[in-house]
Design a protein around this ligand. Structure first.
Ligand code: NAD
Length: 488
């Protein structure tokens, strides 16, 4: 299958200060997930490269912190404008990075622009502190100061690189920090254009440094003495290692991890809208490879059979194929290892009693060379089984029935994760009760959009801690100093 248009992949380099370095400690062969064939060589940063990048960020910190807030704001606004102007390039880069379908890639660039613009707006309206005491008889005047940390180390994963960059970089820079970002070696392309546009926006050299690499570079970044805070998006095993490394020096760490988010559909909901939302969100956004997707569908008894049938029919109607084609809804998954993981989880789910409604087998024919797995719906999934409890990170939806609200809440809260909760109901009182009862970082009712810039996004439990988005996302990048003035 022809994988790409005539778009030319940018060379991947390590961006350190003003330098573009094209060698590191090794090479990763990028594989095009549409064809399954290698298409680029990616230099991998090593510990020495990371050290240089952190030093460059450290040197740039004094200047960036002292840069007038209005100037920082205008630079970030310019960045948002440039990203928007390069929408077509970022769409091609997302397709090249990991095979994101064109329609999703387009929406992702628009969302990224909104996130950059949102934090540009905060840069000169920062909540700098508050008065803590007022000088009076024998008292002292006191206030807090919000201080940027210095160098922030950011490690991101492969599923949505531009989105991850836009959720982390503008907030950290708006607050006056500088950064070293380590994109996944699997998906380095979008970060190259992002780095170019940061420079074009007038943000000084060294404020943002990008070091594509693997675990070695990530570990070196986390452990570096001059990195004052770590922000990580990825899986729980890596998060555990990062948290352990940070614990050695009590370094704060923000963790945006995975989920097994429940979608509760009650009989009183708008069922047509709920079925479309449940299906599109499970499969139509990066082929199920996104953290906050509703991958567990809990459906009330009285509508269960009809609802499962609707979701199955919709899922099997989604076009899976070349992400370049405008009507493709599901592109490939990231690599062969993902296909193996997904396929074996689907097999084990059936061994554990789940019923396959659609999908369940790697696609052959024209798509055989790439990493294509169809939307896969499994019904009657045992809530205690692996499929109900563990993230698949692929196009697999697990459906379980419930009888009443109390059972739905108990099922929803029965995993170690706590990222997103989705509710479909026509009863406003129920929606309010569930917003309170679900143990998740966000609750989304009746198809409201999620991951929008002005709302905090983050998880609890095995889904992580801390927030991106909203004022909370900005506050992650300050530490608070308390100041008091005596009378002496
Ligand atoms: P991963 O944890 O394997 O890798 C993530 C990043 O960590 C990569 O850049 C990798 O090179 C780096 N890394 C690996 N070992 C490291 C080490 N020892 N020290 C430092 N860095 C290291 O990620 P994955 O499991 O492939 O990513 C998918 C996961 O990411 C899923 O669980 C998904 O839900 C989650 N995710 C979460 C969010 C969110 O915002 N909550 C968004 C997207 C993805």
């Amino acid at each position: 299958m022809a994988a790409t248009t005539d778009f030319v992949l940018p060379p991947v380099t390590l961006r350190i200060g003003g330098e573009a370095r094209n060698t590191g400690v090794g090479i990763h062969h990028h594989v095009n997930p549409v064809t399954g064939r290698p298409d680029a060589q990616i230099p991998l940063a090593g510990a020495a490269d990371v050290d240089d990048a952190v030093n460059a960020a450290h040197e740039a910190f004094a200047l960036w912190k002292a840069t007038p807030a209005g100037t920082r704001s205008r630079a970030l606004l310019k960045l948002a404008q440039l990203v928007e102007e390069h929408t077509r390039d970022f769409v091609e880069l997302a397709i090249a990075d990991n095979g994101t379908a064109r329609s999703t890639a387009q929406a992702t660039v628009s969302a990224a622009v909104e996130w950059i613009r949102y934090y540009a707006g905060w840069a000169d309206k920062l909540p700098l502190g508050r008065i803590t005491s007022v000088a009076g008889a024998g008292g002292s005047f006191g206030h807090t100061l919000r201080q940027p940390y210095g160098v922030i180390g950011a490690i991101i994963t492969w599923n949505a690189p531009l989105m991850s960059l836009s959720m982390k970089v503008p907030a950290a820079l708006a607050a006056g920090n500088t950064m070293v970002v380590k994109p996944s070696e699997l998906t380095p392309f979008s970060a190259m254009l992002f780095a170019d546009l940061v420079t074009a926006a007038g943000i000084p050299e060294g404020v943002l440094n990008i070091v594509p690499g693997g675990a070695e570079a990530g570990a070196a970044l986390v452990e570096h003495k001059l990195v004052k805070k770590v922000t990580f998006t990825g899986g729980p095993e890596t998060a555990r290692k990062i948290t352990t490394a940070c614990a050695q020096t009590f370094k704060p760490v923000l963790l945006e991890l995975g989920g097994k988010s429940a979608n509760l559909v009650f009989a009183d909901a708008d069922l047509e809208a709920a079925a479309m939302h449940a299906t599109f969100m499970a499969f139509g956004i990066m082929s199920g490879q996104a953290c906050a997707l509703p991958t567990r569908l809990l459906v009330q008894d009285s509508i269960y059979n009809a609802f499962v049938a609707s979701v199955g029919a919709l899922a099997s109607s989604f076009k899976v194929g070349n992400p370049q084609e405008a009507d493709t809804i599901c592109g490939p998954v990231i690599n062969e290892a993902a296909i193996d993981r997904i396929d074996s989880m689907v097999s084990r789910a059936q061994e554990q009693g789940a019923h396959l409604i659609t999908g369940g087998q790697r696609l052959a024919g024209d798509l055989a060379g790439g990493f294509f797995y169809p939307p896969t719906v499994l019904a009657d999934v045992d809530p205690a089984s692996e499929l109900a409890q563990k993230e698949v990170f692929g196009p697999v939806l697990a459906i379980t029935r419930f009888s009443d609200e109390a059972e739905a809440v108990a099922l929803a809260n029965s995993t170690d994760y706590g990222l997103s909760g989705y509710v479909w109901t026509g009863d406003a009182r129920r929606a309010i009760r569930l917003a309170e009862a679900l143990e998740t970082g966000e609750v989304v009712v009746n198809g409201a959009p999620n991951a929008v810039a002005e709302r905090p996004f983050g998880g609890i439990g095995h889904s992580g801690n801390g927030n991106e988005g909203g004022l909370e996302g900005l506050e992650e990048f300050f530490w608070t100093k308390s100041v008091a003035y005596g009378n002496g």
